[in-house]
Every structure is written in C-alpha cells, then in structure tokens.
Design a binder for this molecule. Sequence first.
Ligand code: 5CA
Ligand code: ZN
Length: 411
Amino acid sequence: MRAWNAPGIPVLPVTGPPVVLHDTSTGGKVETSPEGPARLYVCGITPYDATHIGHANTYIAFDLLNRAWRSAGHDVRYVQNVTDVDDPLLERATKVGVDWVELAERETELFRHDMEALRVLPPAEYVGAVESIPLVIELIQRLDAGGSLYRVDTDLYFSVAADPAFGEESRYDRETMLRFFAERGGDPDRPGKKDPLDCVVWRGEREDEPSWDSPFGKGRPGWHIECAAIALQHLGTGFDVQGGGSDLVFPHHEMCAGHVQVATGEPFAKAYSHAGMVAYDGQKMSKSLGNLVFVSALRNSDIDPMAIRLALLRHHYRTDWEWTDDLLWTAVDDIANLRRALALGDGAPAAPVVQEVLAALADDLDAPRATAAIDAWVKATLGTDGLADNSDTEASMTLLPVLDAALGLSL
Ligand code: 5CA
Ligand code: ZN
C-alpha cells in the first residue's frame, strides 16, 4: 500500500543522546540500542472513520521516537499496518450502506492527508491486512504445524497455553486480561474454547462477509495474526519497538507476541511502548462512543496543523489526558509567539536549548520538557529589547532545524 509523502528533515549539526524508552513488558525504562537500522512497528488505523485527535496523539508519539533515533544517528526502518478488513469496518460499512473496500480506501486516504499535514514521518512499509493474507496464511500454517491451533466450528483458534511467555508483555493478572479481552474484540464466553483467552486466527466464512480461500477453508484473518505476520515479514523477530495506544497492551500486543514466539521460538519485539489515551467530554475519544474531534475538521476550519501538533506535544505521550478547545487556542497563540521570536533572527542563546530539546526527547520522549525549554527561549527573546550582551545573532538559524527535525514543528 502507498504511504504518505515524507516531509523534509533538516540534518542537525549535533547528535542526540541514545534513546531511553519506557517498556511495558518490564515496567521500566530501557535504553534502546539498535544494531543497524532501528526497527519499529506501530499498529495502524482501522479505517472506518476519520482520524481523531487520539489517533494523531499516538502517531505523533511514535514519530518522536522515529525522530529521536534519527537525531541519535540511527537509520530507522518503520512499518505500519492498515486493518482494512475487520469486524468494526464491516459493521460500519453495512450500517451506512457503503462498500467496505470503498470505506477503507476513503478513510485511509484521509488519514494519509492528516499525517502529512501533521508532519508525521511515513513508514517505509505501509501494509494492508487484505494484501497480507498470503503472509497470514503462512504464519497460521507454522502455528498449526507446531500444534498450537484448534477448531471451533469453522474458526481456528490460537491456544495461549502454547506460549510459555504468555502474559509477559502486558503483565496483567488473569482477571484484568479477561475483562480487556471481552471489551476489546475477544469472545471469552464462546463454548468449545479450551481457554476463554484463546483468540481467533482464522474466521471461517460467514454470509455477507468477505472471505478468501485458504488451506483451512474460506474465511478471513483474525486481528492479532495480521500484525504478527506483517511485522515478522517486514522486520523479522526481536525488532526494537512494538508501539501503539495503551488500549492495545492487551490482548492485541500480547497475542501478536504470542503468535510469533510460538511460531518461531524467538521473541517478537525487544520493547513494547504505549501511548496514553486522549479523552473528550469525559471519556476516551473513540469511534464507538462518537465523542470525536477530527484532525480533518480542524484543518478544514483553517487551524494551523503545527498548532494541533504543539497542543499534543504539551502532554507526555504516556499520560492519559483530555482534549479541550482551550488547549488548541493556547497552542495557536504559542505558535504565533514562537514565529515572532524566530523572525527576529537573533535572540537569547540557542545552543543550550538545542541540547535540552534533544536530551528531553531521548529521555522517554519527554516533549513537554522540550517545549518548556522553547517557551523559556521565546520569553527571554521577546522580553528583551536589543538583547544586550548575551544576544545570539544566529538564534533562529540554530533553533529552526531542531524544532523541525526533532519535534516535527516546521515554522
Ligand atoms: N487497527 C488497530 C491496530 S492494529 C487499531 O487499534 N486501530 S484504531 O483505529 O482503533 O486505532 C489506531 C491507533 O490509535 C491505535 O494505536 C490506538 O491505540 C490509538 N487510539 C485509539 N483511540 C485513541 C485515543 N482516544 N487516544 C489515543 N490513542 C488512541
Ligand atoms: Zn496491530
């Protein structure tokens, strides 16, 4: 599948520090030490509705990781999927009377435009579930050969008991796993399952649902096997970071890790990174609840995408927080002040700000700390007239590239 157009990234004259990241599976910070290109897989959208601020927040979080690695001198191999066949997409298509393929294409195209406007670096491989069905079938065959699958009617299930490391990604107790499994697409109560947590890898053909031929009968892929197969194909095992929003900690990332661990005998990823959930009107922003602020709607009302990006960067990626209009208006003002300060050319000393921005981002993507350093520079620059002795005559020239390369703010 085609990704979106890449924004330019200025080359920085300085190198950032090694990147440290919070890892869900250990519960602590780990130093990422990629050998060769850093390998990153981030779960993509299920394209049944437009990109909302919560999605944007998650993709900008991993964009900061991509940029922090690049600032530290690494090449990055970034892979993202599109869940272009799954229950919520098919249900929405039926409900609104649109062909599911058309709906997926339309919303994926809108997502591309939103990501481009927000200056999110595109993945090297942008991969749809439908185009990956041969990969999914191959991975299911490997699991089947190892005896970790069983049938319930025409559906094939993965037995979580086959994975000795099951539970090590999320570290949830069983009660929590059961709750999230039921809430997030699982079917704990289905009769015939060996363990309520076992998940579908191949869903046998249903009337009015698309299906594909396979050695296990006509059907379509389960959700988790899709990301497992795509990541395995394009990144191999033991890649550096598997990322997504925190609602994917369980079951999605646990099951992906389980599928690959059992099929290959190797760990799926070295670290698992999760962005917090953005709420609106008191609840998690979600397509199913309908409490959404769409990136495209803001863009259509002439909001500068850089102000949207700055409003998101004001929150640490791991926190849960609530979107408000005020946050956006503050960011609009802040961008205007930043532009004003940069337009002066000279300003308060900029070299320490560059160091602080790079250090903050390398320390678990601390964008609020990075933007605070920039605020202090803007205040010092706009608040001084003539800038007397410690004026930096090249302040703008020094800051503009780091704002762009490290934070994705092109001003
Ligand atoms: N297609 C699957 C992943 S394979 C999926 O979860 N799609 S999604 O469209 O529902 O979500 C896309 C990404 O946005 C996921 O990483 C999800 O965790 C994240 N996300 C969804 N809602 C929010 C929210 N309110 N705040 C922050 N991130 C969110
Ligand atoms: Zn995924």
